[in-house]
Design a protein around this ligand. Structure first.
Ligand SMILES: [Zn+2]
Length: 282
């Protein structure tokens, strides 16, 4: 059976008080907006999320969205397309983008992919699109980040197409029907929030997106501090998802990685080292 190749990239970052997550580190830490490029044997490069991207500053220029930029202390210094180009991946040839959820730090680069179809859970956008502008900004959703022809290229996946996964305690949808890339529904953080199961050559990856932020949440039961807890779409579902992810971690079969955690940064560093080796061998 074939596998996928996975590469991790940074798409900007914000700075937040780490104690909101771990209750003890009273310092500001970077929360990188990581995105992935996954090479599928038949479909080519599939991009998972897109970081803040170039468009974020423009999209957050006016109130109420400007408040988010001030509060999040965010920084984006490269586009998703530019970052991928440096790694030898042409964004205009990418045919599939998976959107784990519609927070601004995950959809900032959607406009960089003019040939892509956008795959996401049916509830992910619908629930946010209905909100008032203020509620959208509070929910970290920036409609201006969606490409003008988004609806034409949108391929939302209905809830019925998610079925109980055989390997993990969640509902999943097999993107291409070959088991290599499965979207896994991880409720709580945002409406229709999904992670992605990736069958790689080595240990398979369970990419949890924002189902948790830092690994301490998985290793030690304990709630987020209130301001961080309050931004979760459904706090009870968020806790249930984390409890199940703890089982997945304890089971040990999957490499569990969240978007904003240290494990993702190890993968980003690994991808950079691999690129340098390829360049020096040329
Ligand atoms: Zn998020």
């Amino acid at each position: 059976m074939s596998n996928v190749e996975v590469r991790f990239f940074n798409g900007g970052y914000c700075r937040q008080l780490l104690a909101l997550v771990d209750h003890r580190s009273w310092k500001f830490d970077r929360f990188y907006a990581v995105f992935l490029a996954v090479r599928h044997p038949d479909e080519g490069w599939v991009v998972i999320d897109t970081g803040y991207g170039d468009a974020f500053k423009q999209a957050s220029r006016r109130l109420p969205w400007r408040l988010y930029r001030w509060l999040m202390l965010m920084r984006a210094d490269a586009s998703a397309a530019g970052t991928l180009a440096e790694a030898g991946i042409a964004a205009d040839e990418v045919r599939h983008v998976v959107i784990t959820h519609f927070h601004g730090d995950h959809i900032g680069g959607l406009k960089d992919f003019p040939s892509a179809r956008f795959h996401y859970h049916e509830n992910a956008l619908r629930s946010l699109a209905r909100l008032t502008e203020c509620r959208q900004a509070l929910s970290a959703f920036f409609p201006a980040l969606l490409p003008g022809d988004f609806s034409k290229r949108a391929r939302w996946i209905t809830s019925e197409r998610f079925a109980q996964d055989e390997e993990v305690p969640f509902m999943s949808h097999d993107l291409f029907g070959d088991g290599l890339i499965r979207l896994v529904h991880l409720p709580g953080h945002a409406p229709g929030h999904v992670g992605v199961l990736l069958k790689t050559e080595g240990r398979p990856i369970f990419y949890a997106a924002d189902a948790f932020w830092r690994f301490c949440q998985i290793e030690k039961p304990g709630n987020l501090m209130l301001p961080a807890y309050a931004v979760q779409w459904n706090a009870d579902a968020y806790d249930t998802t984390i409890a199940k992810l703890r089982e997945v971690h304890q089971d040990g079969q999957w490499e569990l990685i969240a978007c904003h955690g240290a494990e993702a940064q190890q993968q980003v560093a690994g991808a950079r080292t691999a690129e340098r080796q390829v360049a020096s061998n040329k």
